[in-house]
Design a protein around this ligand. Structure first.
Ligand SMILES: *[C@@H]1O[C@H](CO)[C@@H](O)[C@H](O)[C@H]1NC(C)=O
Ligand SMILES: *[C@@H]1O[C@H](CO)[C@@H](O)[C@H](O)[C@H]1NC(C)=O
Length: 260
């Protein structure tokens, strides 16, 4: 008990000391440190607000500029599109005018794709095969020589003539690939006794290379004879004589397209 009584003032002292300490601390805070801390905080806060305002302003500026640039670009693109559409319409008009005023263009530039109306141009009309400076048309229909010549003329040409070895090789190969052994009329015609052989355009056959199977003796036969191509093994010996009234397949020729 005495021990406790002894200790009470001690405890009181300690308690007082604590209270005293706390009081001291409070006083210091209000007067010095805390006030300074609040001011600093306020400073930081206003600085933060200022920075935020600046950033917001910058962002707004950026946005405005982007919008302006975008609008300018889309205006430019609209102008370009309108210009291109206008040019396309003009081209389309010229294109249609060209094909309506020059119907022959349809022959040389036929529509190759009906879906897209795409055209492909060639030096020869559709169906004709280009070779050298000519176009050739092989027909599987049979007719006599005169009918064949008329038919070729209505197609803008004549029965095929052979002026060079290249042409001979080409015709021989093509005839072989189309029908082994079948005969095709060439533009060869004898003009009766002693008249000699002529091409369908009236020129003399003797002036160019010849590929007769057997040299025809024009003096021996006064009948009208015509020449055919029968593609055998040897292209050098593939022209034969035939009665002009025989019905054979045919080859027409015409010149390639030229703007001169
Ligand atoms: C081109 O003109 C023709 C008629 O003139 C029309 O039918 C067609 O739609 C036009 N095409 C374009 C792409 O304008
Ligand atoms: C036509 O053109 C269309 C589109 O390009 C394509 O799909 C089609 O195969 C073409 N047809 C022919 C026959 O070339």
């Amino acid at each position: 008990m005495q021990q406790l009584l002894k200790e009470i003032p001690e405890i009181m002292r300690v308690n007082n000391g604590l209270t005293l300490l706390e009081d001291e601390k409070e006083e210091t805070c209000t007067e010095n440190i805390c006030f300074r801390q609040y001011r600093q905080l306020a400073h930081y806060f206003s600085l933060l607000c200022f920075l935020l305002t600046i950033v917001t302003l910058l962002l707004t500026l950026c946005l405005v500029q982007t919008t302006l640039v975008f609008r300018a670009q889309s205006t430019l693109q609209e102008t370009k599109l309108r210009d291109l559409t206008h040019r396309l319409e003009k081209l389309n008009k010229s294109y249609h005018l060209l094909f309506s005023q020059y119907p022959a263009l349809n022959q040389y530039c036929p529509v190759s794709n009906s879906t897209t109306a795409e055209r492909k141009c060639s030096l020869c009309p559709a169906g004709w095969t280009p070779q050298g400076e000519k176009c050739f048309l092989f027909s599987q229909d049979r007719a006599d020589w005169i009918s064949t010549q008329y038919r070729c003329m209505t197609l803008g040409g004549a029965v095929a003539t052979v002026r060079t070895e290249d042409e001979q090789v080409f015709l021989w190969k093509k005839a072989q690939s189309l029908s082994q052994g079948d005969s095709y009329w060439l533009g060869l015609r004898s003009s009766g006794a002693h008249g000699g052989w002529q091409w369908s355009d009236g020129s003399k056959v003797e002036k160019g290379p010849q590929f007769w199977e057997r040299e025809p003796d024009s003096t021996a036969d006064s009948r009208e004879l015509c020449g055919r191509l029968t593609p055998g093994d040897n292209y050098r010996r593939s022209w034969f004589t035939s009665r002009c009234s025989n019905s054979l397949r045919s080859i027409c020729e015409r010149r390639q397209a030229s703007l001169q």
